[in-house]
Design a protein around this ligand. Structure first.
Ligand code: TTP
Ligand code: MG
Length: 367
């Protein structure tokens, strides 16, 4: 006879997965060019001989060994490792891989929340009744992403979003970390406080000045001391350090905008070429809009000139709509002011101020 608790599904049992692709942009580039496998690959917005103003979007784990990381100026990465392989950002490619991966993950989920281009939370299907089954399920997900999309990811499993998120980062790349409820403290307490989402460098330094460097010290710290120093956030930090997080998995809440960008093979000021590209991007935005069942109110155009100077222009309309012609027409109107002698490197179109088609209220965003 099953006990009543074994009838609970993963949601009621609080078994939550956090899935995060490993060195996402770089992994996609390496998948496209297998000869790059095992090499230090750096993806960045300005690979021009290391002298540009661009930053590193991401890099392969081989490059990370040289101290290179996301958001570092390309010029600095170049100084650290001039022989690394520098590649430009191909956002269109990563976005299409991301869409496929998210679709694939949705197929494994009872509830699903995408939180960025390469990461999502999910509650697995009802067949996952305990943490042992969750581990096997996670392996299946990893295999499927590898088989269909040719890249690795890391998965964390825990009783809430916080623990799942920290766990997915614990054994990167190609990791799987399952934290059973009885092991939460053993898992969290030895970690540096910077592993807690929301604790950045600045907060970590302030905590250090209070003698707090590990999660255990934060978990046991006097809440009054934390409140005096950090206000309301102090109490929240203490809760997190104790593994307490009550955030729900909320379908699509993170979706604040849908946009598509494309970089021209060669910089151009040809109006036909540019408007054709804009139309294609608008169609892609529109199909995503329909898939997610959203209305929008604001259309945004992004353009980047050949010197990397970037501009965005938006127009908000009075009524909720999902009209593709409106996206195209407005984007072209906004574009017209930029068409001239200067050449464009990139163009993008997006929609924001989204609302579910079948709901009355506007969306709330997640932390
Ligand atoms: P992340 O998941 O933060 O990083 P990652 O997937 O490259 O590496 P990890 O294995 O540590 O997860 O971000 C996902 C993608 O978002 C990343 O591949 C590139 C892009 N990105 C930027 O363009 N700039 C940034 O500063 C960061 C952090 C990410
Ligand atoms: Mg990632």
């Amino acid at each position: 006879m099953p006990t009543p608790s074994s009838k609970l599904n993963a949601s009621e049992r609080r078994i939550i997965f956090h899935v995060d692709m490993d060195s996402f942009f770089a992994s996609v580039e390496i998948r496209e060019r297998p000869e790059l496998k095992g090499l230090p690959v750096i993806v960045g917005s300005d690979p021009k001989v290391g002298s540009g103003r661009g930053v590193v979007s991401t890099c392969s784990y081989e490059a990370r060994r040289y101290g290179i990381h996301s958001a570092m100026p390309i010029s600095q990465a170049y100084r650290l490792y001039p022989d690394a392989i520098f590649l430009p950002v191909n956002m269109k490619l990563y976005a299409s891989v991301s869409t496929k991966i998210m679709e694939l993950l949705r197929g494994f989920a009872d509830r699903f929340q995408q939180v960025s281009v390469d990461e999502a939370y999910l509650i697995p299907g009802p067949e996952v009744r305990n943490f042992e089954e969750a581990a096997l399920y996670a392996l299946k997900i990893k295999d499927e992403i590898q088989r269909q999309e040719g890249i690795t990811c890391s998965i964390g499993v825990g009783l809430n979003k916080l623990i799942a998120k920290i766990a997915s980062g614990f054994q990167k790349p190609d990791g799987l970390t399952v934290v059973r409820p009885v092991d939460v403290k053993e898992f969290l307490f030895p970690l540096p406080v910077s592993k807690v989402p929301g604790i950045g460098k600045k907060t970590a330094n302030t905590l250090k000045s209070l003698g707090i460097t590990r999660v255990e010290e934060l978990a046991n710290c006097n809440v009054q001391l934390l409140s005096e120093r950090f206000g309301k956030i102090g109490f929240r930090m203490k809760q997190l350090a104790n593994g307490l997080d009550f955030g729900e998995i909320r379908e699509n809440e993170s979706l604040k905008s849908i946009s598509r960008h494309g970089t021209f093979a060669e910089d151009t000021n040809d109006p036909v070429k540019i408007t054709n590209s804009l139309d294609l991007l608008a169609e892609s935005v529109h199909s995503s809009l329909l898939k997610h069942r959203f209305f929008f109110k604001t259309i945004t155009l992004t353009i980047r000139f050949d010197d990397f100077s970037t501009y965005t222009r938006s127009k908000t309309i009075p009524n909720w709509t999902s009209d593709i012609f409106l996206i195209k027409r407005t984007a072209k109107l906004l574009l017209s002011k930029f068409i001239g002698s200067r050449k464009l490197r990139l163009v993008g179109v997006g929609v924001t101020k989204l609302r579910k088609r079948d709901e009355n209220q506007t969306l709330v965003t997640d932390f």
